[in-house]
Design a protein around this ligand. Structure first.
Ligand code: FDA
Length: 306
């Protein structure tokens, strides 16, 4: 119930304006977001890489509704990739892209064209792109764009969400050689016709999907902070004789940092999803919806400014 309310607030314009102007919100934002600028992003990525972690950087922004906004997204990624290359952070630092920020709602062709420019720049910089998953109305379109991108850039990564009923099938289709697939639970409010509502069913689906991905010849990326799922993935990877470098764990910046470093110390590849930019509202609300403890931290940071 609380989760649905918070996710509904993610699309509320008035609340967005109010919350982004509250001074205390900056404290929470800083916990989950590298900062507003590309300098902040590169400096934070460098510190994480120095700690043995890999990184996927996300220029915050989504639901762009015109070609100019989409162009601004592309330019931000081109600048970021140039800076990652100059700082010699690639290939430990790749980028995550939301197609809704590259013009998907304007036209799928525009999103494909823009994502292609980002993939080409990533290749030049010596790194890769992963297409984030958004709400279920975009899944078919995103997978079509992915298939096109993979013709020229086969290492382009996909994200599949275990809360969607279709995802086990999508995992089978993408568990192929050279394919990089990030498996997560899914952060968007979805109707029960297309998604499991019960957290237990979502977790069970995650395990079924993990089995499919680990059994195949692709490169699975398990994006979860859920301690039970981390343990299960570790056990399943052993069962499928997966070497440490043949799959990875992924967690969000600011979430379970000690666990991220524990896994690295055990020889695992761990990638931190690192967002940056000023358009942090939707991202932050999804983090609040996932974890009541984040909400408590948020309320405390508001109170502490008074
Ligand atoms: P969840 O939040 O369900 O928590 C399960 C249990 O884990 C909790 O009950 C608690 O016990 C424990 N736990 C969780 N956080 C903890 C903490 N900080 N400390 C201690 N225990 C904790 N979504 C999407 O729709 N599209 C996308 O492209 C992506 N991309 C993405 C990348 C990466 C790297 C990550 C980690 C996640 C995403 N997501 C995403 C978000 C994802 O779908 C999901 O919403 C969140 O990861 C929350 O689900 P979890 O599996 O992490 O555990």
């Amino acid at each position: 119930m609380l989760r649905s309310l918070i996710l509904a607030a993610a699309g509320n314009h008035t609340l967005r304006t109010a919350l982004t102007s509250v001074p205390g919100s900056r404290g929470l934002v800083r916990r989950f977001v590298a900062g507003d600028t590309v300098d902040d992003a590169v400096a934070t990525a460098a510190a994480l890489v120095a700690d043995g972690l890999a990184v996927s950087l996300d220029h915050l922004g989504e639901n762009v509704t015109d070609a100019d906004g989409a162009e601004a997204t592309v330019r931000a990624y081109l600048e970021l990739l140039h800076r990652l290359h100059a700082a010699e952070l690639a290939p430990r630092a790749e980028v995550s892209v939301k197609l809704s920020a590259t013009g998907q709602s304007v036209h799928e062709e525009l999103a494909l064209e823009n994502a292609s420019r980002i993939c080409a720049a990533a290749e030049q910089a010596g790194t890769t792109v992963t297409l984030d998953a958004e709400d279920h109305t975009t899944t078919d379109s995103t997978l079509r764009v992915l298939a096109e991108l993979r013709r020229s850039w086969p290492s382009t990564g996909a994200v599949l969400q275990s809360h969607l009923r279709r995802t086990e099938q999508d995992c089978r289709a993408l568990a192929v050689r050279g394919s990089r697939v990030r498996l997560c639970k899914g952060a968007y409010a979805e109707p029960s016709e297309v998604a499991f509502a019960d957290p237990r069913e979502v977790a069970l689906s995650f395990v079924r999907c993990a089995n499919v991905l680990l059994a195949g010849p692709g490169y699975p990326m398990f994006a979860t902070h859920d301690p039970r799922l981390v343990d299960i993935v570790t056990e399943r990877a052993r069962w499928f004789d997966r070497e440490p470098g043949s799959f990875e764990y992924q967690m969000l910046y600011g979430m379970r940092p000690a666990e991220q470093r524990r896994l690295v110390a055990e020889g695992a590849t761990v990638r931190v999803y690192l967002p940056y930019g000023s358009d942090w509202y939707g991202y932050l609300l999804r983090r609040l919806a996932e974890r009541p403890a984040n909400m408590a931290f948020f309320l405390r940071s508001l109170v502490s400014t008074r």
